[in-house]
Design a protein. Sequence first.
Length: 364
Amino acid sequence: MLGVVAGFDIGGTKISLVLVDQEGEPVFRSIEPTDSTSGHVEHTPEYTIYDGLGAQLMRMLRAALLESEAPPLRAIGIVSAGPIRNGDLWSPPNIVPDGIAESHRDLPRRIPLVEPLRRAFSCPVGLLNDCNGAVLGEVYFGLGRETPDKATLHLAYATISTGFGVGAWDGGRLILGKDGNAGEIGHLVTRIDGLRCGCGHCGCVEAYASGSGIVTNARTRLLALSEVEREASPLVALLPRDGRLGPPAREFGDLLGEITPALVFDAAEKGDQTARAVIEDANLAAGIGLSAIANAYDPEVISVGGAIALAHPEILDPIREEMLRHINVVPPRVVLTPLGAHVTEQGAVALARRLADGGSATRR
């Protein structure tokens, strides 16, 4: 493979771009905040089209190619939180453009990516959801790096981050589904009438085993405490505030806006019973999620990543123990991803290199 390939990792708050040469070495890297303020918004009766994200990717890539004086661009791989369909993002919950008219906020949002970049750079372009991209990164650069025959690999990747998502590689191919959205095990229901998930349903794995779920669960539990219990709570004591906590519900509700997953874990270590219950809920939900992965895909190993798991690897043991209570297959190993925070970026690079070589990233 001559020339360079480009890999984009799109998140709700930031976009990373890496250019990689034919030796697999990065020659350029840049990171920008994800732009949701662009005026590239078009309204139709059926949906809203937002071109601002594609425009941002094109601008970033043109600047990278110019600054790095890289050889010709061979292919572009894009990894993003979904849902995806036909090369576009469709209503991603963490990318909501500011310029959508109030009358169109309930309509689906279409964010074209593949075709705009293909036209702009005249090279193959591929798009995978973040967890499918991550498992591809594991296959080629992580757990499967030293395995020449990728058809012998049976592995899955689970992220515990802002959400809970899954990707699976089975005997030489990605499990994608009809639109590329397979692996949405984060929306498996674990509790009827449980906490509301970002997807709009209640009791999902993601409603508990995710950064957003941990925060929502902590707020819900704290609101149920008496004022005396709140005053004795190490979690409440950790919240940044001016002066003494007052009794009005509005003041306490404002204070709850300061809760973060890191504060919940910190409070749990200090013995806070509410925080410990929140972490236990997260571990239980994640364990059920991993059991669904094991039962559905029968992998040899489940690699776990995402900001929550990477910051708190101690949760892997209780999650695995919970998984073992619900499976009917030979238990897979559960390990922290060796690629760390770069697992999705590596997936984007793997996708681009496969496309540059004239193949499909979905098969070995």
